[in-house]
Design a protein around this ligand. Structure first.
Ligand code: PLP
Length: 357
């Protein structure tokens, strides 16, 4: 097996056999062949999201489905929970759509505390149409407790929808859409699912679709009801990224039936533990260790991160830089998707010499 040397927290390394799937001959998207491919994909997306409700694939990056979630499901008032750059993106999108948006900010590097969310919801008399949660904050390497946060929303504000960004968690960290009572959950595929970027998978609850039905102006390209209508017929509304569908079908088969979800989550947890343990001599975790992510570690090393990245590049390894306001100070190691513990250890062997120099 080719060894992974690319440790950016998305896009992540893609197995050659998955890239190979993308070279298959073209088929028409209204053909029975595409219908079969679509069914294969949807059948495996359900266990991946942990849902019996609707799952879709859209030919766009994850941000487009964040925006679509708001145009489809949020008539007026939104609460955005933030603790890093990607959670803040929900806020920027909401503002750009002219929504009334509040922010519950836990601060970069922290997790959003369920008690703080409960206090916030209890102290407001206004009703929020939806609350956004970011399962895994890629900019800081923090995993939020979506199960607990969604429970708080359900208890404090039962008619408020729960919209979840699982971009860097799905396929790496467990997601239980139905059990956690989520209404929308999205993930672009270039992270835990380990495909080239370009498509996004998402699950939508019956409640969110009902909310969508009440929205008169919800756009055309990413109209959830159009996705639902076509999915019920085994298809998608517009010409899809067919090469990506081939790759997704094989990757999901491998995740669900060959590696299995349980083993995949264990592998990611082991990669987190290994990264933290092996870098402790020359770097500290940039964020709350209690919520350290299994897919990406953000570190503050003793040596400037840019120097480390340049030296590692000379040794054949690509690491991620800091993001947003943490750009200059942090080093991000993406350990997600199909990267194996052996690949990670080989990279950490090289990093030992570079980071402690
Ligand atoms: N949310 C998170 C947590 C991310 O890590 C990213 C991308 O890195 C995004 C959203 C945006 O996804 P995309 O670049 O696919 O639009």
């Amino acid at each position: 097996m080719t060894k992974a040397t690319f440790f950016v927290p998305g896009p992540t390394w893609v197995r050659p056999e998955i890239l190979q799937e993308m070279l298959r001959p073209m088929i028409a998207h209204r053909s029975s062949e595409f219908g079969d491919l679509f069914k294969r994909v949807v059948a495996n997306l359900k266990p991946l999201f942990g849902t019996a409700q609707d799952t879709f694939v859209a030919s766009c990056s994850g941000t487009a489905i964040m925006e679509a979630a708001l145009t489809n499901c949020v008539p007026r008032r939104l609460l955005v929970t933030t603790s890093g750059a990607f959670a803040e993106r929900w806020y920027a999108i909401a503002e750009s759509l002219g929504l009334e948006v509040d922010q519950l900010n836990a601060g970069w590097g922290n997790a959003v505390e369920p008690e703080a969310l409960a206090d916030h919801l209890a102290s407001r008399r206004t009703h929020y149409d939806a609350v956004t949660l970011t399962h895994n904050e890629t900019s800081t390497g923090v995993t939020n407790d979506v199960a607990a946060l969604a429970r708080v929303v359900r208890d404090e504000s039962p008619n408020t929808l729960v919209l979840v960004d699982a971009v860097s968690s799905l396929g790496a960290i467990p997601v239980h859409f139905d059990e956690w009572g989520l209404d929308l959950c999205l993930a672009s595929v270039q992270k835990g699912i380990a495909l080239p970027p370009g498509i996004t998978v998402f699950a939508v609850s019956a409640r969110a679709l009902a909310q969508s039905e009440k929205r008169k102006y919800r756009g055309t390209y990413l109209d959830f009801l159009s996705y639902k209508k076509h999915a019920d017929e085994g298809n998608v509304p517009t010409t899809p990224a067919i090469a990506h569908f081939y790759a997704l079908a094989k990757q999901l088969d491998d995740i669900i039936n060959v590696e299995t979800l349980e083993a995949r989550y264990r592998r990611h947890a082991a990669m987190r533990e290994t990264t933290i343990r092996r870098t402790a001599g020359y770097a500290e975790l940039a964020s709350d260790p209690e919520h350290a992510s299994a897919s990406v570690s953000a570190l503050i090393p003793n040596r400037p991160p840019d120097e480390i990245r340049a030296e590692m590049k000379k040794r054949g390894f690509t690491l991620g830089g800091g993001y947003g306001k943490w750009k200059a100070t942090t080093l991000r190691i993406g350990h997600m998707g199909d990267i194996q513990l052996d690949d990670l250890n080989a990279m950490l062997d090289a990093l030992d010499g570079v980071a402690s120099a």
